[in-house]
Design a protein around this ligand. Structure first.
Ligand code: ADP
Length: 538
């Protein structure tokens, strides 16, 4: 058999276009080819299970080999293979039309960079790195002849008989001059490690199997022990401290999604964490860019999400509007809220111990997602300056007696810096008032939200007013100085304590134990806290 022909394609020559559009991430060619090899292997196993193939399928592997001399990279699978007819159908036509459609669809949109990596160009991505590609394949079908297809990146291909005894496919890439880096073992290892680490078929490279074919997220939670989750975490993020707890996601209706999300220990500011949630589609790594799929406050979590129902070949704005993506987002939020609720109810002490690490998630979530707020209001905690914890419903009850003003508002006193505000805190305590610690990154926003949502509760910083005035009931003590003396003292203090943004008010002789108290009005405090949250606050 010897045949020559022309690949059917609408554009003159698609390869320059593919190369141009895909330049940003050449590495994905390997993911695409290995993914095809996995598919071919799984299909053969399926055929065997249906009784349509009687060869041995229990040990099927994919092998990747480098030949430095010939400058080739070969991906070999023991999958179902292709007949000459199938090559003509699948390789010569289908893929090309897919690629053409892609280019046609997106050529005017200026979004190519973003799409790369989401849009698998499949087999033809091989031409990003190779100037000739051979397919040597033998179909599983009885008496199928093995065939050799070769194409040099023009639209012409050659198809001839080959000598291949075993069922399966070898894809041989003759690497182009710009792509010789793919002859380096460490480079290939790195790519395989990124994209292929959890593929379901064994992949052998450089004498070893590089992947875990049974990652825990595909298993049922009932088969798994605590150490399995911890071990998997280490597999994902080798140098990170153990996570606090985790959520196993497993749903198949109305969308298909599996995964494990871990709550990390907070050891540093989370936004600097390099551990990200990884998105997979059928165990193929896709991206760490999970924005829109996971609500922003949960992007601080770690772990894996695997869903074939997340459209990968479309632009971001489309993704946001996709109904599955919306449902997935809601589902994940609910799962996280349910887990926190369960932990809180099951073992409050251990929940309180974990609170410093989960506080940021919970507050961020409450600030940004109303649905989450509704659930989290039952398990968000207030911490007193003496490290006691209370819920949103417990705390106002606790302080109601002493800390209610004339308008029947419960006044919640808070400090945001226990060292600097110690004198104020002590003054409060002496009067039997309770002080909360609100010193977190999001706390100034958080207390405003709570004031808005909770009836009859007002927050006041311990230094907003002289302590006897904070609750608004007792009158300020009369000063021992006359007005003139007071003004003079005010002037002296105002000169001494200059702050560019804060208006300081000096209240002389305001309290019993301190001759002078410096206060910062609550609204100034909040303005100041807000300003500090701005990215370029001085
Ligand atoms: P896609 O995988 O998105 O369908 P590809 O261009 O990657 O597009 O591949 C086109 C078709 O070629 C596949 O659907 C499959 O039928 C066939 N094919 C590709 N690689 C292999 C392989 N290693 N073994 C068997 N068939 C393959």
């Amino acid at each position: 058999m010897q045949e020559k022909g022309t690949i059917s394609v609408h554009s003159e020559n698609i390869f320059p276009i593919i190369k141009k559009f895909l330049y940003s991430d050449h590495d994905v060619f390997l993911r695409e080819l290995v993914a095809n090899a996995v598919d071919a292997t799984q299909k053969l196993k399926q055929l065997a299970s249906l009784g349509e193939y009687d060869g041995e399928v229990s040990k099927l592997r994919i092998q990747i080999t480098i030949n430095e001399k010939l400058k080739t990279l070969t991906i070999s699978d023991q999958g179902l293979g292709m007949t000459a007819e199938e090559i003509k159908e699948y390789i010569n036509q289908v893929a090309f039309s897919g690629a053409t459609a892609f280019v046609e669809k997106y050529k005017d949109k200026g979004q190519q960079q973003q799409l790369i990596g989401f849009f698998g160009l499949g087999f033809y991505s091989a031409f990003m790195v190779a100037d000739r590609v051979d397919i040597i394949t033998k179909s599983y079908q009885k008496d199928a002849e093995s065939v050799h297809w070769t194409c040099d990146g023009s639209t012409a291909f050659e198809l001839r008989k080959a000598v291949k005894k075993e069922v399966g496919t070898d894809i041989v890439l003759h690497l182009n001059a710009d792509s010789e880096e793919f002859l380096q073992k460490h480079k290939i290892k790195e790519i395989l490690n990124r994209y292929c680490k959890f593929l379901p078929v064994e992949i052998e490279f450089d004498g070893e199997v590089i992947n875990n074919t049974q990652p825990i997220w595909i298993k049922s939670p009932s088969e798994l022990k605590e150490e399995d989750y911890l071990k998997f975490y280490k597999e994902l993020y080798p140098f990170s401290p153990d996570p606090l707890f985790w959520i196993h996601l497993n749903v198949d209706y109305p969308f298909n999604l599996t995964g494990v999300l871990y709550f990390p220990q907070v050891t540093q500011k989370l936004e600097h964490s390099s551990n990200k949630i990884q998105l997979y589609a059928k165990q193929v790594f896709i991206t760490e860019e999970v924005k829109d799929i996971v609500p922003p406050f949960l992007m601080l979590l770690h772990g894996v999400i695997d869903s074939p129902d997340i459209p990968l070949n479309v632009s971001r704005s489309y993704l946001q509007a996709d109904s599955n993506v919306k449902k997935i987002n809601t589902y994940i939020t609910k799962k996280v809220a349910d887990k926190l609720d369960e932990l809180f109810k099951k073992d409050r002490k251990s929940y309180e111990e974990k609170w410093p690490s989960i506080e940021l998630f919970v507050k961020y979530g409450m600030l940004t997602e109303d649905k989450f707020y509704e659930k989290a209001k039952d398990f968000v905690l207030f911490k007193t300056v003496d490290s006691e914890y209370f819920t949103l419903s417990e705390y106002p009850e606790r302080v109601k007696e002493k800390q209610t003003d004339s308008e029947q508002h419960t006044i919640i006193l808070y400090a945001n810096n226990v060292d600097k505000q110690d004198l104020y805190i002590q003054a409060c305590k002496r009067r039997g008032f309770d002080v909360l610690l609100f010193d977190g990154q999001l706390d100034s926003h958080f207390l405003e939200t709570l004031e808005r949502k909770l009836d009859k509760v007002r927050f006041k910083s311990v230094d907003a007013e002289p302590v006897d005035k904070l609750i608004g009931k007792s009158e300020q003590q009369a000063s021992l100085l006359d007005e003139k003396e007071q003004n003079k003292l005010q002037d002296i203090y105002k000169q001494a304590i200059r702050d560019a943004t804060v208006v300081w008010s000096v209240v002389p002789m305001a309290s019993d134990e301190l001759p002078v108290v410096i206060t910062v009005p609550e609204f100034v405090k909040r303005l100041h806290a807000m300003a500090q949250l701005q990215p370029n606050a001085g």
